[in-house]
Design a protein around this ligand. Structure first.
Ligand code: NCD
Length: 312
């Protein structure tokens, strides 16, 4: 594996396979009463979150702690960033303290990549603007693999606010790398610009018609409508969005039985996903959360301990 995980471009299909093997071992640890492994004892990981987060930040924290690393959380609110310190000065300051790894989330696309050039420790991108969120894609693919087995030849629909979604971009790369075919479904206003050339180059399908796509998928991933990234009106009303693109109770019936329903969270219940879908027996939303810890343990382990150092 490469030194940093900034994008799904940084991992090969073989790397992903190795990460999933480690994640499966970590998943077993998660079920133990005593969850600590000594793998990262003596190492310090800093979580630098310049954007809000519930599951990503806490799962990186739990992942580091279960591997016995010391984990420090720093958020923009409460750090000197709010006093006007530059990103470069902030990361140089924290790395000067002797940290061994940096996990970061930032509202600017490319921020993690930029930081990786300033520091000499591994950097994990936990979401950079609308660009990528590689560990989310890895945990989604891991969750799907546990449900469906190999993803080769499987068809996954990714539905919603694709324009603003780093989860979409990372998942597209990850799923196609693992041999799945992807259909990107969104209203025309939330379909990324230039998608026709991009879809040809990257080999995915696009559709504006969710009802046409649903009966044909092996998994469906609903994405949040990211109002905080929207500057104008992308759809007339919430009601209209739900009618066209929400996974409503009626639409659930169009799915083949056993089709996993994914959502990275946080969910807007009643907007892109109905309560019936979020809580359906085939919803894997909480499996994604639990896989998030195991996959992030695997990522930290591979980047910080190196595969040659014993995990047990
Ligand atoms: C996503 C994110 O922050 O990119 N959430 C997450 O990490 N679980 C998706 C979102 O915010 O909608």
């Amino acid at each position: 594996m490469k030194r940093h995980l900034l994008s799904i471009d940084d991992v090969t299909a073989d790397d992903i396979g190795a990460l999933f093997e480690t994640a499966a071992e970590m998943h077993d640890v998660q079920r133990r009463e005593v969850k600590k492994l000594p793998a990262l004892r003596g190492r310090t990981v800093i979580n630098l979150f310049f954007e809000d987060s519930t599951r990503t930040r806490s799962s990186f924290e739990i992942a580091g702690k279960w591997l016995s690393a010391d984990v420090i959380n720093l958020s923009a609110k409460g750090s000197s960033t709010s006093k006007g310190e530059s990103l470069r000065d902030t990361v140089l300051t924290v790395t000067a303290m002797g940290v061994d790894g940096l996990v970061m989330r930032h509202s600017a696309s490319g921020a993690a990549q930029q930081v990786s050039q300033w520091v000499d420790v591994p950097v994990v991108n936990a979401g950079d603007g609308t660009h990528e969120h590689p560990t989310q894609a890895l945990l989604d693919a891991y969750t799907l693999t546990r449900r469906l087995g190999s993803l080769s030849g499987r068809h996954v629909a990714i539905v919603g606010d694709l324009t603003h979604s780093r989860v979409f971009r990372s998942n597209l790369k990850c799923l196609t790398k693992l041999g799945a075919s992807v259909t990107a479904v969104a209203p025309p206003t939330l379909m990324p610009s230039g998608v026709s050339a991009w879809s040809k180059e990257a080999g995915f399908a696009t559709s504006y018609d969710l009802d046409e796509v649903l009966p044909d998928v092996d998994a469906v991933m609903m994405l949040r409508v990211q109002r905080e990234r929207m500057s104008g009106g992308y759809f007339p009303s919430a009601r209209e969005y739900t009618v066209g693109y929400g996974l409503t109770r009626d639409r659930l019936a169009a799915l083949r039985p056993g089709t996993p329903i994914l959502h990275p969270g946080p969910m807007n219940r009643g907007l892109e996903i109905s309560a019936d879908a979020a809580d359906a027996v085939d919803s894997v939303v909480l499996d994604q959360v639990s896989a998030g810890v195991a996959v992030r343990m695997a990522v930290l382990y591979h980047l910080l301990a190196g595969p040659d150092e014993g995990a047990s």
